[in-house]
Design a binder for this molecule. Structure first.
Ligand SMILES: Cc1cc2nc3c(=O)[nH]c(=O)nc-3n(C[C@H](O)[C@H](O)[C@H](O)COP(=O)(O)O)c2cc1C
Length: 340
């Protein structure tokens, strides 16, 4: 069924297809009986899949990664498809339009995407109002926070703090995003001194010990990962989300000309799997399992999910794999995990 739908959707501009699909899906869910039907079709509830991580109870290990629902519009709809958690954002203090379009590209043969969205979002105030509404039962909601494009790095801490404090009572956990390649200079906040300052400032305001994760790029060197491990332990962060998109263009099946025509941006999907898995494994082994690691990057079926989990991921998240595999993705992975 999704294969047929994909034939149509993949003819549309990827960003338009994303919103069109979601609006149609949400309209469908309002028809009496349809939500129950979707739940019956796509949800798997099994006691062996439940995970308690950092004091939060997840109905299964699979979440929707940041960027898919930046503005908290689709929580109900995506919960219907069986995700145990949804990470909204990246959100910034003020609304911003992001980069000029087109800014999202499909690399169909590689089952990958390139994006340079640039944190397009409605701003933290609008998101906060939405999160004050009713939430699907049992769904864990995280907020992925960032800085506005025009905020200089020296003042970045204030942007993160604004989002952190405004959303503090409205979400279950936070993710500090310093790894998007599409906000100029953002990734230099992954360096030791600015990162320590940023995380220390957030933890100083973390009155109730809310779980806080750091989301990192897959392009860091082993030395940089060693520093990250030290900082996570020193600042008593909950853990790491590994990984964001890569700026490399390795292992693609499309022609060099086509890839170049997409321009700058982060690559996600199948080609990122091995990079992300190796970061997950390194963090877990080198830290002696001292903190939580959430694995994300290239998960598109049970086998790829298993690679992240075998590398030590406590939970996993998906984005690009959902675009290519469709609404049955969570169920497919869970059925494999239950059998194994
Ligand atoms: C279109 C698009 C937008 C994204 N936006 C964000 C974002 O705003 N914040 C973030 O932390 N990650 C963002 N990501 C990265 C994903 O959350 C994820 O880390 C990455 O795509 C690797 O996972 P995947 O291979 O399953 O897509 C985005 C990814 C895509 C494809």
């Amino acid at each position: 069924m999704y294969r047929l739908l994909k034939l149509f959707l993949f003819r549309l501009d990827p960003e338009k297809a994303h919103y069109l699909t979601m609006w149609v899906f949400m309209a469908l869910l309002k028809v009496p009986g349809v939500k129950a039907l979707f739940k019956a079709l796509f949800q798997v509830n099994h006691s062996r899949m439940v995970r308690t991580v950092a004091g939060m109870k997840f109905s299964n290990p699979i979440g929707l990664a940041a960027g898919f629902d930046k503005n908290g519009l689709f929580l109900n709809a995506m919960a219907t498809l069986g995700f145990s958690h949804i990470e909204v954002g990246t959100i910034t203090p003020r609304a911003q339009p992001g980069n000029p379009k087109p800014r999202l590209f499909r690399l169909i043969k590689s089952r990958a995407l390139i994006n340079r969205m640039g944190f397009n979002n409605d701003g933290v105030e609008v998101l906060a109002k939405r999160l004050e509404g009713k939430r699907p039962d049992g769904l864990i909601v995280g907020a992925n926070i960032g800085k506005n494009k025009d905020t200089p790095n020296e003042e970045a801490v204030n942007d993160y703090l604004k989002c952190f404090l405004r959303l503090y009572d409205l979400v279950d956990y936070f993710t500090v995003n310093v790894s998007s390649p599409n906000t100029p200079g953002l990734r230099s906040l992954q360096e030791k001194e600015p990162l320590t300052r940023l995380l220390t400032s957030l933890q100083a305001k973390n009155q109730n010990g809310k779980p806080v994760f750091l989301k990192i790029a897959p392009d860091l060197t082993r030395e940089q990962l060693d520093e990250i491990i030290e900082i996570i332990i020193d600042t008593q962060l909950t853990g790491v989300i590994a990984t964001n998109t890569t700026i490399t263009r390795e292992g693609l099946k499309e022609s060099k000309e086509f890839v170049e025509s997409c321009g700058a941006g982060g690559l996600s999907g199948a080609p990122v799997l091995q990079m992300s898995v190796s970061v997950v494994r390194y963090l877990k082994e080198k830290s002696n399992n001292r903190f939580v690691v959430i694995g994300v990057g290239g998960i598109e079926d049970y086998a790829s999910a298993k690679q992240h989990l075998d590398a030590g991921a406590d939970l996993i998240q998906v984005y690009s794999g959902f675009i290519y595999t469709g609404p049955g993705l969570v169920k497919g992975i869970l059925k494999g995990l239950i059998k194994s």
